[in-house]
Design a protein around this ligand. Structure first.
Ligand code: COA
Length: 168
């Protein structure tokens, strides 16, 4: 059964925060953030983020649990507001390959098409599944930030920089 997607808003803050921290905890090599970076955020701060950004949640059709998220952060600079940053794509393990990630991405791209010309993202270069997923959605790699994140001494993550042009 397909997930049900909708925009997350202030009342979803706690569930969103829990899923985001789960991703940082379970996939330390997929994200540039650690749980400690955001565990301290208050519900009000997370709610504010949900109202400022455009975050889509996918809910399991059977039990209405939040099983996936992905967001767009807008840029408000005069010279950069034609771009948005896609961030925080995460789908719980049992729902990967189910189409839930596609449903989230479709909603994000539809919204981006209304508002911006380019969507950018960063993805850890060894995260081949995510890279493939983004490529399938038309994102193209334009560079690599070497040692973008440091796990501990001598253990770094490189990140591939990707962009999707929505307007020629
Ligand atoms: C990234 C994520 C949201 C994608 O959702 P998903 O449901 O797994 O994505 P899909 O299954 O629709 O697509 C994955 C693609 O990678 C392919 N794939 C799977 N494992 C792979 C591997 N080891 N190497 C290369 N490709 C792989 C799949 O075949 C599929 O490609 P296809 O549609 O051309 O067959 C999900 O995997 C996830 O939450 N990962 C952990 C967190 C994460 O990495 N987030 C991204 C941070 S930038």
């Amino acid at each position: 059964m397909r997930a049900i997607c909708r925009r997350l808003d202030a009342p979803d803050a706690q569930d969103f925060q829990a899923l985001r921290l789960e991703g940082f905890r379970l996939e330390p090599r997929a994200f540039r953030f650690a749980p400690e970076d955001e565990a301290h955020l208050t519900s009000d701060a997370v709610a504010e983020r949900l109202q400022r950004d455009f975050v889509i949640g996918a809910f399991n059709a059977e039990d209405s649990q939040l099983i996936g998220v992905g967001g767009l952060a807008w840029s408000d600079g005069v010279k950069t507001r034609h771009k948005a940053l896609l961030y925080g794509m995460y789908v719980k393990v049992p729902h990967r390959g189910s189409g839930a990630a596609d449903d989230i991405m479709k909603r994000l791209i539809d919204e981006a098409k209304e508002k911006v010309e380019i969507v950018t993202l960063t993805v850890v270069s060894t995260n081949l599944r995510a890279l493939r997923f983004y490529e399938r959605w038309g994102f193209r790699a334009y560079g690599v930030e070497e040692r973008s994140a440091k796990i501990f001494e001598g253990d770094y993550l490189d990140e591939t920089l990707m962009a999707l042009r929505l307007k020629s």
